[in-house]
Write a protein that binds this ligand. Structure first.
Ligand code: N01
Length: 545
């Protein structure tokens, strides 16, 4: 598939821009959305607050940042030429390489001419008389668009922790989700890392190699599986490429999480101890997220889950020499997988280094940050630099920053005050012609994001084509369909162990955020079928006018 031409704005009154579609965000979702919109002849403008394309991979430049889905699968499938020609260098691509890939796609498909960088979308107000949106940006643009697509990402609103004294700290403070563009050199510095989720777990081993001393402040120990990252050989790439049709089909239609792997055919308790241990060993040696796919009931049955959790806890005890440190690193307050499982390179072994200290801030919380130290009950830990790996206001945070006003001037934030409400994670009743890519209520963060992004963008594109063919002006989720979907998302979540963890999936990391399990856990294959069926029935559950 070659580059498609930019479609000129439909009409342009002086001072006001008019496009068919405004897309918010130029990450992988926004870029593919633009490409598809051009393909059906709609004019579109993408607004991106970052200085370049790439979304999450533009911002998250912290040491050790890389994808936890294998590169050959964490890539677009819409262009066979692209997937055949791009050479991923490692099993898990590092952040700079993924960002290069995003830039390559922008150039290859000639996307840049319709992307305005360094521009935040501040507001979008629906005009019921014209069935269109009035969009305003940080750069003073005012745009009228029939449709708005929020491609704002699920983990793009980095959260600064509310810790007393943080602003008085004299050294440099970095957030992993907002890392500077120039290289950061920790050589000879005493560094403190706060947070031990995926970002902390990836950055700790790399920072430990540079810092004179690294202190890791851990509130919740996390389960992590070794990545077993390695360079990809040409033979491996070729083998993958030859199988792409089946790999992509399986990832879309059959895999629960959009990742090609052998599907589990039995539960953990169906095997005896030795057999089970051998299977866990094999997956541990292979490395990566598919550790959790060895059995089909690890997310459902606590006794089954305990067998996997105990296996990983035993591994931590084997790797970490100091028994007290090992004990602290063993997760103990949530089922394995109920918080996003981490994938690491040398995380646990890093705690055997003489220049690394683990501090348990669950038992002894951080009291305050002093100009040169972190004060934990009873002790000050002197640091020259602080790395905050404290996560994101996930799934709703970036949407909430935009002042979105739908029918009767009601804001999306008012509507979502008690938790996000969507139909299929794609639209919210009362907000016509506003689409969300990988929104709450869709599999999104529980899946290979590339698979979910492509599915949503394709569905939205087909839907806009359908509306145009039939002369519809506006489309809106019906309240009853939305209520049923929200109830279904919630019901399915509660058949699993996921709600047992205080995770960002539940909004639990943000004080005051409603605690609702936000993504849809029914699986990407099942979800795709539901979306396809809805479309086949003339967009059942949506009103078109
Ligand atoms: O954020 P997190 P993340 N004082 O929210 C702690 C994706 N991702 O950036 O658990 C002290 O998971 C918090 O403690 P607790 C991936 O989906 C992917 O690491 O709330 N500590 C936790 O330990 C991932 O899940 C990749 O008790 C505080 C940590 O900070 C998601 O992004 C790489 C605190 C935050 O962990 C988010 O990961 C990176 C406070 N005030 C990220 N506030 C890959 O593809 C928070 N914490 C590999």
């Amino acid at each position: 598939m070659s580059a498609l031409k930019s479609v000129s704005p439909r009409k342009q009154a002086p001072g006001a821009l008019t496009y068919d579609v405004v897309v918010v965000g130029a990450g992988f979702a926004g870029m593919y959305m633009l490409h598809r919109l051009r393909g059906i002849g709609l004019s579109a403008r993408v607004y991106e607050q970052g200085g370049d394309v790439g979304g999450t991979w533009y911002w998250n430049r912290y040491p050790g940042a890389r994808c936890d889905v294998e590169s050959m699968q964490y890539s677009y499938s819409f262009s066979d030429e692209l997937q055949q020609e791009w050479n991923w260098s490692e099993r898990y691509a590092p952040q700079p390489e993924i960002l290069r890939y995003a830039n390559h796609v922008a150039d290859r498909f000639n996307l840049r001419s319709d992307i305005q960088l360094n521009t935040r979308v501040d507001g979008a107000v629906f005009d019921e008389n014209t069935n269109s949106w009035l969009v305003t940006t940080s750069e003073g643009n005012t745009i009228t668009a029939k449709y708005v697509v929020l491609a704002t990402g699920c983990l793009s609103n980095a959260r600064m922790p509310d810790i007393k004294g943080l602003s008085d700290f004299k050294g440099k403070v970095f957030h992993t989700g907002h890392w500077p563009h120039e290289p950061v050199d920790f050589t000879g510095l005493r560094v403190g890392v706060i947070g031990t989720g995926s970002s902390g777990i990836q950055s700790v081993p790399v920072i430990a190699e540079q810092a004179s001393h690294l202190t890791v402040f851990q509130r919740t120990a996390n389960f992590s599986i070794p990545a077993r990252n390695a360079p990809l050989t040409e033979e491996e790439r070729e083998a993958f490429r030859a199988k792409y049709p089946e790999i992509r089909r399986f990832a879309r239609e059959e895999a629960r999480n959009g990742i090609y792997t052998e599907p589990p055919d039995r539960g953990a308790l169906d095997d005896g101890d030795n057999e089970r241990r051998a299977k866990y060993e094999a997956r541990w040696s292979r490395g990566g997220l598919t550790f959790m796919s060895v059995y089909n009931n690890l997310a459902l049955d606590k006794s089954a889950n305990d067998t996997a959790a105990n296996f990983v806890r035993d591994k931590i005890a084997e790797i970490v020499k100091d028994p007290q440190t090992a004990k602290l690193l063993q997760p103990n307050n949530h089922p394995i997988g109920s918080k996003r499982i981490c994938v690491d390179t040398d995380y646990f072994v890093t705690f055997n280094r003489p220049n690394v200290t683990l501090v348990d801030i669950k038992s002894n919380p951080i009291e305050e940050i002093l100009p040169n130290a972190v004060r934990v009950v009873g002790q000050d830990y002197e640091v020259d630099a602080l790395v905050l790996a404290t996560g994101f206001d996930a799934m709703t945070g970036s949407v909430a920053k935009i002042d979105i006003r739908g029918r009767n001037g009601r804001t999306l934030n008012q509507k979502w005050a008690e938790g996000p409400k969507t139909y299929l994670g794609l639209m919210s009743a009362g907000f016509p012609n506003l689409f969300i890519v990988t929104g709450p209520g869709s599999p999104s963060v529980l899946s290979n994001m590339m698979v979910s992004i492509e599915q949503h963008v394709d569905w939205i594109t087909d839907c806009l084509g359908f509306m145009r063919e039939r002369g519809f002006e506006a489309m809106e989720a019906m309240r009853e369909a939305e209520d049923k979907w929200v109830a279904h998302v919630n019901e399915v979540a509660h058949t699993t162990l996921y709600p047992q963890a205080n995770s960002w999936y539940m909004g639990a990391n943000i004080p005051g955020k409603p605690q609702i399990f936000m993504p849809y856990i029914g699986g990407v294959g099942v979800y795709r079928q539901i979306c396809n069926d809805v479309a086949a029935k003339g967009y059942e559950g949506f009103v078109m006018i």
